[in-house]
Design a protein around this ligand. Structure first.
Ligand code: NAP
Ligand code: MG
Length: 484
């Protein structure tokens, strides 16, 4: 019912650009279509957002009032949990269990950041400075104010549509910002329902503005717009760099959550059953379409063969299929374009001498499915070793000792995440310090929590999401001086 209503609603949205089809990646059939809103709609949305911000209809509310409305949004998300799961599964092919697990997390984003609304405070400073006469002091009261950025652009990809939307909208609302919200062109459907609920909960018109269009049109217009003060972006490193270039015009601030080529280190003292299962899930779940997926697994030589065999066992056991199929553990890739990209990496790797332990081909069925793929004999010069594939493809590489493992793990332009599997506590914490990544996990993978900041080192990002740091990304600091 709700799925049908969003399929209809998006078709009716006004636009001036190309007609964009939305394809079910399981059936490869079109489920609806919409018209690119174009740059003019971005202009209008900036005007509305600015007017709402300046009028203070949201930014001027006491924090506790913003919090109440954010709690209402969270409750409405919970009430519509089944609808969100159905929409995201229909749009991405994601297994039902996964889309159902994600929705409560999305509601929690609003509750977590609602708690911060009444705790946005600066710091007071007791300062004495020399006056005109060098032998006297002037007493000053100085303090900082935390102020919302104003109009912000929130741009995110298709791999977790409702999750990505909530991760950005919740802290932006808590801070008091007005926003333009641009989901991926492939997956705008759950954002439509969220937009409805945000307004139903009591967020005034103009504060949250949904933008539906292509990245190179609508997204680019947001990034270049002189009326947008900050862009918070999740997506590829390549587009992240385009956004930085586009933002130079008004020197808008940019927060980037980008790609990764995250290393997983498995030592011979690890609990191998856990490490094998964890590392396999860490790349094959959601068809490898996760920014923190461990796409390079380094294994100590003594246990190398056993680990390769174990991960291959999990890969061959995992059933890939659509959300309505029984026993499915992962869905398809999002699009034909992504399928071609992933197969391109695999085919090129094979030509260059990589050995396929398992997979390396599409599933023999309809849909954008690639069999979970393990490659060995991979050379650091290969493109598949260097670049983010964003598919169920992993390279497994042997190492002899810690120094060699760390040197290989850090030999990448990315720095999003890393994992160490070991039962040696000292080694675990020692290697955490040596890994050049913004998020490092010991004996676990794919863990996150709203409370804990998340952000990339190197070319994996600027700034943080989640936690207090995630809120601060939407606040600027003003210094105030008063002579006493
Ligand atoms: P993408 O091409 O970078 O797109 C991400 C978002 O940016 C989409 O909404 C896209 O719109 C928009 N966009 C594209 N070109 C733009 C431009 N010139 N200006 C402004 N916006 C633009 O990424 P994707 O292919 O959709 O998603 C996969 C990538 O996202 C992977 O590289 C993955 O690592 C990364 N990712 C990172 C994280 C993280 O937290 N670090 C999380 C998830 C995904 P359209 O969809 O309309 O093109
Ligand atoms: Mg895209």
């Amino acid at each position: 019912m709700t799925l049908q209503s969003v399929l209809d609603e998006i078709r009716e949205r006004p636009g001036t650009g190309d007609v964009i089809p939305i394809i079910d990646p399981v059936t490869e059939e079109q489920i609806t279509e919409f018209t690119d809103c174009g740059a003019e709609a971005v202009d209008d949305a900036v005007t509305r957002a600015r007017a709402s911000f300046d009028a203070g209809v949201w930014s001027g509310l006491p924090g506790r009032e913003r919090a109440k409305i954010m709690w209402r949004i969270a409750d409405l998300i919970d009430e519509h949990a089944a609808d969100f799961a159905e929409i995201d599964s229909a749009n991405t092919g994601m297994m039902k269990l996964q889309s159902e697990m994600v929705v409560p997390t999305c509601a929690e984003f609003f509750r977590y950041y609602a708690g911060w609304c009444s705790k946005i405070n600066g710091t007071a400073y007791d300062v004495k400075t020399t006056g005109i006469a060098a032998d006297s002091y002037v007493d000053l009261h100085a303090y900082t104010l935390k102020e919302p950025y104003g109009v912000v652009g929130l741009i995110f990809p298709w791999n977790g549509p409702i999750f990505n939307a909530c991760a950005k909208i919740a802290p932006a609302l808590a801070a008091g910002c007005s926003s333009l919200v641009k989901p991926a062109e492939e997956t705008p459907l759950s954002a439509l329902l969220l937009d409805r609920l945000i307004h139903q909960a009591g967020v005034p018109e103009g504060v949250v503005n949904l933008i539906t269009g292509y990245g190179h049109t609508a997204g680019a217009a947001i990034s270049a717009h002189p009326g947008v003060e900050k862009v918070a972006f999740t997506g590829s490193t390549e587009v992240g760099k385009e956004i930085v270039r586009a933002s130079a015009g008004n020197l808008k601030k940019v927060m980037l959550e980008l790609g990764g080529k995250s290393p997983v280190l498995i030592f011979d003292d690890a609990n191998l059953d856990q490490a094998i299962f964890g590392a396999a899930m860490g790349i094959f779940v959601h068809s490898g379409q996760g920014c923190v997926c461990g796409s390079r697994i380094f294994v100590q030589r003594g246990v190398y063969d056993r680990v390769v065999e174990g991960i291959a066992g999990v890969a061959n056991f995992m059933k890939y299929g659509g959300p309505s199929e029984e026993g499915v553990m992962s869905g398809p890739l999002i699009s034909a374009k992504q399928l071609d990209r992933v197969m391109g990496f695999i085919d090129e790797g094979k030509r260059d001498g990589a050995e396929v332990v398992t997979g390396g081909h599409r599933l023999d069925r309809k849909g954008y499915f690639v069999h979970p793929t393990i490659l060995t004999n991979v050379d650091p010069g290969m493109r598949l070793y260097r670049q983010e594939i964003f598919g169920p493809v992993v390279s497994i590489i042997p190492f002899d000792d810690e120094d060699e493992a760390i040197a290989m793990a850090n030999d990448t332009d990315y720095g999003l995440a890393g994992t160490v599997w070991t039962t040696n506590i000292s080694r675990g914490h020692r290697l955490v310090k040596r890994l050049q990544a913004g998020s490092v996990q010991i004996n676990c993978q794919l863990i996150f929590d709203h409370d804990v900041p998340f952000g990339g080192y190197k070319q994996s990002g600027w700034g943080h999401e989640f936690g207090k740091e995630g809120l601060e990304g939407y606040l600027k600091t003003k210094s105030v001086w008063a002579q006493l």
